[in-house]
Design a protein around this ligand. Sequence first.
Ligand code: SAM
Length: 275
Amino acid sequence: MAPVLAPGLYIVATPIGNLGDITLRAIATLRACDGVACEDTRVTGRLMKHLGLSKPLWRYDDHASLRDRERLVESMRTRAVALVSDAGTPLISDPGYQLAAAARAQGAAVTTVPGPCAAIAGLTLSGLPSDRFLFAGFLPAKDKARADTLAGLAGIDATLVFYETAPRLAKALAAIDRALPYREVAVAREVTKLFEECRRGLPAGLIAWYEAHPPKGEIVLMVGPPTDHGHEEVDTDALLRAALAEAKPSQAAAAVARATGLDRRALYARALQLK
Ligand code: SAM
C-alpha cells in the first residue's frame, strides 16, 4: 500500500526528455498523492501511464480563474495535491507560482520534490562558467524588447541562461551578436534526448552554423559573463576557433583581444597555429 501523504501542495519535477530521469521521490509522491494538478492532462496522463499510476488529473495553469485556484487550495486542507508541468520543474517558466503563493497564503504546507530542470541541465553541459548564473526565462519575441532586455543584462557578471525555441534561435543569436558580439555563447539542444548536442562559440560563428544547419527541438541559450576580469578562466582557444570560422587570423586575434583584453600579438600567433 502506498504511504499516506500529509495534506498540502507537492511541487514535483518531471523529466525534460529522458523518462529515466524521474526521481524515486517523484514517483513515490505521484503514487501516494490524492490528485495531480497539471498543465495538460494528456501529457501528464502519458507520464502516469508510463509509471503505471492512475490518479485524478486536474488541469491547472496560472491563467486559471481565481475561483478554480481557490477551490484547489481549499482541497489541500484534506488532500495531498501534486503539481507537475509538461516537463521539468514547475514554476520555472511554467505554471505554479500563483498556486504556491495562494497555498502558502492559506496556510497549506508546500513541499518541493526537485528534479530535472532544463536551465540547470543546459548550464552543466555548456562549458560556460557555472559559479554565478542568472536565469532570465524566455527572451521577448519582439526585436526592440529583446534588444532592451539584453542591454539591461549586459553588465551582469554571471553566465546568462535563457529558454529559447528553435524557430526563434536565429533572431536571438542575431540580437546577441549586436549587443554582445565578443561574449561566448552556448546552445544546448534536446538535452537528455537522443539528439542532445551543445555548441559553443562567438555569436557570429553560431549564426553561420545554424544558418547551414537549421535547429530543431528545445533549446537552452546561454551567454558567458563579461571577460574584463578573470582572464585565466577564459578558454581563448575556443574563442579563437569560433572567430576563425568567419575571419582571417589577424581579424580573429583582434576580435578576441578586444573581448578579453589579452595581448593581440600572442593571440595572432596562436590563431596561426589553430588555423
Ligand atoms: N519548467 C521547465 C524546466 O524546468 O525545464 C521549462 C519549461 S519552458 C515552458 C520550456 C523551455 O525549456 C523550452 O522552450 C526550452 O527552452 C527548455 N527546455 C525544455 N526541455 C529542454 C530540453 N530537453 N533541452 C533543451 N531545452 C529544453
